[in-house]
Design a protein around this ligand. Structure first.
Ligand code: UDP
Ligand code: MG
Length: 316
């Protein structure tokens, strides 16, 4: 670990050739402004475009630029984790590569950190240039998560944040595979502060969070911080038993041709309803079991093919 680095900025990148140059220039400007020693750690999450080549270009003439090159795409949350494993700053900042998180805000984060906060997270008061679907699903997701979990995960807050070294060290001790970093940071605790900002548009390129990745992230968030979904099965079971009992009593006490009515319609409806519910519950349980399986296999979280400006370490 390199000594005396004050700030490590971690930038996960996946096919960001369209914006990476501008991001780099703006980050350098902001970090130079601090007047303290810093490093920019780009984590290339298996990009298939010119992203890695461009970053290597930035390294010519600026040895503060470092690059961790993954062997394939491991996902945003894992890329952040890798950055933290290699960062040596007294404070660590995580920022998206697409300038949706304005780099200039880092200065405010640093100010808060100097006031004595250990985690400074950026909370979005507005989101510009994103689809209604994205905004609505994100809004809904953060609120559901809030209801489900016992820990206090701030709403509308992504991974753009500053962490003190001691928080970073604690995070490194968490070996969890399906990681939801913003939840883990809240779970760790320490003194946390928020700063509000308006989330900008992407100046170029498209979102790298496909619907599939978004669904995975939200399920990771919910399952790793709450057992409530799995408990739903028992509640739903209890409700159905009660409904069954009521039906029994009603059918037995009712006179007339209750049973000769075209009951097959009712049977089909009940059958569909019940099997749908059972399968859903099995699916929810499957999510948890799948995660247990991920844990027990003990595979490393990521594989680094090459490091530039950093020493490649043996994966534990
Ligand atoms: N990203 C990544 N790996 C992925 C997907 C995204 O490293 O598999 C990076 C991406 O390059 C960006 C950040 O994660 O720096 C956030 O992604 P994006 O801006 O596409 O997400 P959105 O802002 O649309 O939620
Ligand atoms: Mg973005």
């Amino acid at each position: 670990m390199e000594e005396n680095i004050r700030y490590s900025v971690i930038i996960p990148v996946y096919n960001e050739e369209a914006v990476i140059k501008e991001t780099y220039l703006r980050l350098v400007k902001v970090m130079e402004y601090t007047g303290e020693k810093y490093e920019l750690i780009f984590v290339n999450d298996g990009s298939r475009d010119q992203t890695a080549a461009l970053i290597k270009g930035f390294r010519n003439g600026n040895d503060r630029v470092k690059l961790i090159d993954f062997s394939r795409n491991f996902g945003h949350q894992v890329a952040i984790t890798a950055g933290m494993d290699y960062a040596s700053g007294a404070a660590v900042v995580v920022i998206d590569a697409d300038l949706q998180d304005p780099p200039e805000l880092i200065v405010n984060m640093i100010a808060k950190w100097k006031e004595g906060y250990d985690v400074v997270y950026a909370q979005r008061s507005k989101r510009k240039g994103e689809t209604i679907l994205k905004k609505q699903t994100a809004h809904f997701f953060y609120r559901v998560l809030r209801v489900l979990t016992e820990i206090d995960i701030p709403v509308d807050t992504g991974d753009f944040r500053l962490l003190d070294r001691k928080v970073c060290e604690e995070l490194k001790r968490i070996p969890e595979k399906n990681r939801f970093m913003r939840g883990l940071v809240s779970w760790i605790g320490f003194k946390q502060a928020a700063i509000e900002y308006e989330r900008d548009e992407r100046p170029a390129g498209e979102t790298k969070y496909s619907l599939k990745k978004m669904i995975k992230l939200s399920i990771d968030g919910m399952t790793s911080f709450s057992l409530k979904p799995i408990k739903l099965a028992s509640y739903a079971g209890a409700v159905l038993i009660a409904a069954g009992l009521v039906c029994c009593v009603v059918f037995l006490t009712l006179k007339g041709n209750t049973f000769s009515a075209p009951g097959w319609k009712l049977v089909i409806i009940l059958q569909l309803f019940l099997s749908g519910m059972l399968l859903t519950m099995m699916g929810i349980m499957g999510e948890y079991i799948g995660r247990i399986y991920d844990e027990v296999r003990h595979r490393p979280l990521y594989i680094v093919s090459e490091c530039y400006g950093l020493k490649k370490r043996e994966e534990e």
